[in-house]
Unconditional design. Structure first.
Length: 400
């Protein structure tokens, strides 16, 4: 029985949320996908396929039900770490040690988080290229770091990295530079000279490069891995995953590769985040990577996405949206300035109800200082059935 002198309100109320998360809001993907569902809109916002994975992936998943269902080794199931080492080594032209230079993570998202937690001390600065995947600044803030932003610049419809802006952002306080190629949301594939500039700036101040390359197999111009550039390997962590390549985004199987010293640091953080990753899905992933390597799957994947990209570009032509140059990934950023909306947020809040199409406002991927750069932009995902893309185009044409 409760003591007669006490009440349920006795004591000091707990504080709800740390100072680190005080400025966080719901991720833009959750917000606009929910809005699309509420209006029954075609969701070209959140980037996940609306079609099934390839048959061999589903067969690998079924086969993975047989065998161990217990904890996986900390670094990853050996079958998968060996396949990743083989694939990444082939990209880079070097032999990777699967036990020391590969770490399996809960998707690329956890790989990014663990890498930042492992490398960044409070007060360290991390250079982020805008527009950015929205997890990047959150990861830095949760580690106590300070984001420094370098916006890509639009020149003749193409996204360019300004060397002067980059050099101004990198200082003796810079601990890491985060790169994303092919780039979400712009579709930019970084050129070798741009990658070399990033390596040079990291070398100048002793910084680490964190390269997010989850769209590496969906590039319509040559994708050059950052870690393959001269002087890059010893200071680069590369992050990738199964999700985008095999249309299994819900599996959350990713990996971090790089020199043993850096991967070892990430492993120390990873062990206290999830410890390990679903062992059946890792075994399935190993089988999928083997199948892809021994077949022409990667060529078929790239061709299938090029068909979808071209379909979206075609259906946007009679609409008020002017698509910008796009070389990889599965998003198209378009100029919406022909429409009389005050900004990209107002546009994307209205589209699901007005014409039944969901999209993402790119200002969510900019710092407050640079949000105005996205005022008349919109991001559409084309990882959808071609019929859905054409239907969306007809609906968007109604805005004219």
């Amino acid at each position: 029985m409760m003591d007669s002198m006490s009440t349920p309100n006795d004591g000091v109320r707990p504080r709800h949320g740390s100072a680190r998360i005080a400025g966080f809001r719901e991720t833009v993907f959750a917000t606009y996908s929910r809005l699309a569902r509420e209006h029954g809109a075609l969701d070209l916002g959140q980037g996940f396929p609306d079609f099934d994975p390839p048959r061999f992936a589903l067969e690998a998943l079924a086969a993975s039900a047989h065998g161990s269902q217990q904890y996986a080794p900390l670094g990853g199931v050996p079958e998968l770490t060996q396949e990743v080492a083989h694939d990444v080594g082939g990209w880079l032209g070097r032999e990777l040690d699967p036990s020391q230079e590969v770490l399996i993570t809960v998707g690329a998202t956890e790989g990014l988080f663990a890498a930042v937690q492992a490398l960044i001390d409070p007060g360290d600065e991390v250079v982020l290229i805008e527009p950015f995947y929205d997890a990047y600044p959150a990861d830095v803030v949760m580690a106590g770091g300070v984001p420094r932003y370098v916006p890509l610049e639009l020149q003749d419809g193409q996204w360019r990295l300004d060397p002067d802006r980059l050099r101004a952002a990198v200082s003796e306080r810079t601990r890491a530079i985060v790169v994303n190629t092919p780039h979400n949301p712009t579709g930019k594939v970084f050129r070798p000279d741009e990658l070399d500039l990033l390596v040079a700036e990291a070398e100048r101040v002793g910084a680490v490069l964190i390269s997010d390359e989850v769209y590496q197999r969906i590039a319509f111009t040559q994708h050059v891995p950052l870690a393959s550039r001269p002087g890059a390997w010893e200071r680069t962590l590369t992050i990738a995953s199964l999700g985008k390549t095999f249309s299994v985004t819900g599996w959350k199987i990713g990996w971090v590769t790089g020199p043993a010293e850096l991967v070892g640091a990430v492993r120390m953080a990873h062990q206290w985040i999830p410890f390990d990753v679903a062992s059946p899905l890792q075994r399935a992933g190993a089988a999928m990577l083997r199948h892809a390597r021994e077949s022409n799957y990667y060529d078929e994947l790239r061709e299938a996405y090029q068909v979808r990209r071209d379909a979206l570009l075609e259906v946007l032509q009679p609409t008020p949206f002017r698509a910008l140059v796009h070389d990889g990934g599965y998003f198209v950023v378009a100029d919406s300035s022909a429409l009389e909306y005050p900004d990209d947020v107002a546009l994307c809040l209205d589209l699901p109800e007005r014409v039944g199409v969901g999209a993402i406002p790119p200002s969510a991927f900019y710092s407050d200082e640079h949000k105005a750069m996205a005022r008349h932009l919109v991001r559409f995902a084309y990882c959808k059935d071609v019929g859905v893309l054409r239907q969306a185009g007809r609906r968007l044409a109604a805005l004219t």
